[in-house]
Design a binder for this molecule. Sequence first.
Ligand code: AMP
Ligand code: GLY
Length: 422
Amino acid sequence: MRVMVIGGGGREHAIVKKLKENKSITELYCLPGNGGIARDAVCVPITATDLDGIVSFALEHKIDYAVVAPDDPLALGAVDRLEAIGVDCFGPRKNAAVIEASKAFAKDLMKRYGIPTAQYACFHLLDEALAYLQQASMPIVIKADGLALGKGVIIAQTLPEAEEAVRSMMEQKRFGKSGECVVIEEYLEGPEISVLSFTDGKTVVPMVSSMDHKRAGEGDIGPNTGGMGTVAPNPFYTPAVAKRCMDTIFLPTVRAMAREGRPFKGCLYFGLMLTKDGPKVIEYNCRFGDPETQVVLPLLKTDLFTVMRAVTDERLAECPVEFSGDSAACVIMASKGYPGAYEKGYPITVPAELDAQVFVAGAKEKDGGLITAGGRVLGVTALGKTLPEALDRAYEAVKNVHFDNAYYRRDIGARALAAKEV
Ligand code: AMP
Ligand code: GLY
């Protein structure tokens, strides 16, 4: 089988490493990949949003199967284009990827189908949004409707902050077209839980739960990032919470999408908040999370390619999916300054023997070695029988990986550990 993975970050590296375990895959490509992924797959310099380039490559190299990992090619219809030339895909079509690409769509879907989420209103007109804020209670959450690299969410503590947020999106077009429509929603409180799931449009199989650490600084302060680390499983996701999520969120969402004529096939990511009224949806993503994937896939015992194909063929109900009962921790090593400005080009050294897996996100090859080339550079993932064991191993490994100007949070997993003690 000739397989290609679209994307080029740490998440794609984790997917590529897992796919490599399947011996029926004889050729494995990653478009565009990165310097680290190049050690596990053939990287091809075609960007993830260049759909014409991707389609030509697939035809030329007789690709049998494609995994489309990032949100933007999915939202652009990469799967529709590839299916049209006979390539089987893992990932939703454009009409289902909208569950992430439009927050207004997702909110309206949840409202129509009674899926628990924050109260909200959508606005296309600045004056109406501003008028609404006058009678709203603070804090309040302002979201750009479309994709905004995970940065289109502003939590406003005061009315002037909320007004400024709405103006920045609708007047100053800070997120371009993504902010032409804004969702203003109730502020929810509680621990956050990420649940990635496999779904073929009918059956939904949740993967092991995880917890992201989105803020740049220790103690969950500072600007939002793409994610500074993850742990799995998430201790707040107890069996009782899991059952409630399945009954009130997971199955209702998959059924709602099918009923709307938008069957979702691929990885559906539920971003949840465990409020005092039970779990509520904060966001849907139409893809694997980054860096959630870097802790979830290492715990998957079943062959990933087998599960992916069962999703594509709508046979997921017949495909057993098993996760290890161990824990995993991923610490992101970033370039100092991220998510603001940072320097690149520093050589990276990773010892040959390491009690952890290193997933490369922002690095390129130079003179046979790797140099830093992005904000999030590496994800260092370790496993353990318990979460403390996994965290110790991950941090021990991080100490042995070097590049100048490296920054990482030293408190990944702290909140999860505290939860366990309660
Ligand atoms: P999103 O891009 O929708 O995941 O939002 C980014 C982050 O903003 C989430 O992970 C939450 O921490 C926070 N957030 C989003 N919506 C809400 C909400 N309604 N109440 C409180 N926090 C929120
Ligand atoms: N880690 C959050 C995301 O992938 O959107």
